[in-house]
Each structure stands twice: as C-alpha cells, then as structure tokens.
Design a protein around this ligand. Structure first.
Ligand code: HEM
Length: 186
C-alpha cells in the first residue's frame, strides 16, 4: 500500500462506503458480512499473495509412475516442483502487466471479485489437499489490513526502498520493511 497510494485510496473509499466513516475511536473489527462486500480489498490481498506468495515453492514426490495432464511422463519417486512465485509473474498467466500491483485485475466489470483457477494461482495449492486454513488466512489478512489502513498512515521510511524477497520454506523480506506510522486523523 505504501508504494501504491491509488490502491490505498480505493480501499479507503470502499471501506468508507461499506463501514461508514468511522473515526479511530469508533473503529471496530468489520463483520464477515461487511468484509464480503469489500471486493477491492479482497483483490488487493490476492494481488499481494500473487506477487509475494508466502509458500513460494513447493514439491511432491510421485508415489507411482504417472502422466501429467500435458502428457509429461513422471517416473515413480521423481520430485515434481511447482513455483507460485514464478507463476505469479508469468505473462502467459497474468498478461504483460503481471509485474504491476493491480487489485482491479481480480474484479469483473461490476466490481465483483472473480477468484482465479487454483491451478493457475496455486498460492494455497490446488487439487485434493489444498490449504485447510485458506479462508482463515484470507480473513485475518483482510481484517488486519483494513484495521491498519483505516487507523494509520503507513509510509516507507525510505521512498526508494524496494522489496528484497528471500525464498525459504516460507518467504520473508530481507531487512524487513522500515516504515513510518502516524495516526490517521479523520
Ligand atoms: C496466507 C496464508 C497461507 C498460505 C499462503 C498457505 C499456503 C499453504 C500451502 C501452499 C499448503 C500446501 C502445502 C503442501 O501440501 O505442500 C498449505 C497446507 C496447509 N495449510 Fe496453509 N497457508 C496459509 C495459512 C494457513 C492457516 C492460517 C492455516 C490454519 C489455520 C493453514 C493450515 C494448513 C493445513 C492444515 C495444511 C495441510 C493441508 C493438507 O495437507 O491436507 N494454512 N497451506
């Protein structure tokens, strides 16, 4: 958000429409019903996870000889990896503007969120064993994001800062993201 003021403005506009202009003293946690109406916020969360997936790479071992849907033969015991970080940045999946942060790419012409096929967006894995905590994780991200954005201005300490993504079992940012936080006075 700190690098995308127009997206932050749209999230605030949407939250003011759905939640009303709450001051920081009257701020309460949004209800499930209210969060469901906040399609742009949901798009922003999906977009963040597309560019910075917490599980950036994953792999499986073939229990038996197998053939993938595209015809690739996989011998028993072979390790097959998939890479959500790379897939989130592929033009063939996300169009030439795939490196841009655009929550609106998740919305249809009526502003309604359209989820992506999990095989093209495997941030929570696809198939018969996807993440069991997906809805809980998304809910937590939305609640934390909207609560912070409504209450605080969060600016980069160094405006030219760029994220340095560190791949690991779960992803982190090198050196964190130093920010300056001030209270948003409505
Ligand atoms: C943004 C947050 C999250 C992401 C990106 C994420 C991603 C994933 C991925 C990629 C897998 C598949 C791992 C594999 O089989 O190799 C997975 C599995 C799983 N996740 Fe999450 N997860 C998130 C949050 C959570 C939360 C909050 C919970 C619990 C409250 C949770 C519970 C689980 C469980 C139990 C599995 C194993 C499912 C199974 O093997 O049947 N996850 N998650």
């Amino acid at each position: 958000m700190a690098q995308n003021p127009s997206a932050e403005a749209r999230i605030l506009e949407e939250s003011n429409r759905v939640l009303g202009q709450r001051t920081s003293s009257s701020l309460t946690i949004p209800s499930m019903e209210e969060l469901r109406k906040m399609h742009y916020l949901q798009g922003a969360v999906y977009e963040t996870l597309r560019l910075y997936p917490p599980v950036q790479m994953d792999s499986k071992f073939a229990k038996n000889d197998d053939v993938l849907p595209d015809g690739t033969y996989v011998k028993k015991g072979t390790r097959v990896a998939y890479h959500p970080y790379a897939m989130g940045r592929m033009e063939t999946i996300w169009e030439p503007d795939c490196l841009e942060f655009k929550p609106e790419r998740w919305l249809n012409n009526d502003g309604v969120l359209v989820p992506e096929n999990p095989y093209r967006y495997p941030v929570f894995q696809a198939g018969v064993r996807p993440c069991l905590g997906k809805d809980m994780g998304l809910l937590a991200m939305k609640v934390v994001a909207i609560t912070l954005i409504k209450q605080f201005h969060i600016k980069l300490a160094n405006p030219s800062w760029a994220p340095h993504f560190i791949p690991g079992l779960t992803a982190t940012l090198k050196g964190g993201m130093p920010v300056v936080v001030t209270e948003r006075l409505v």
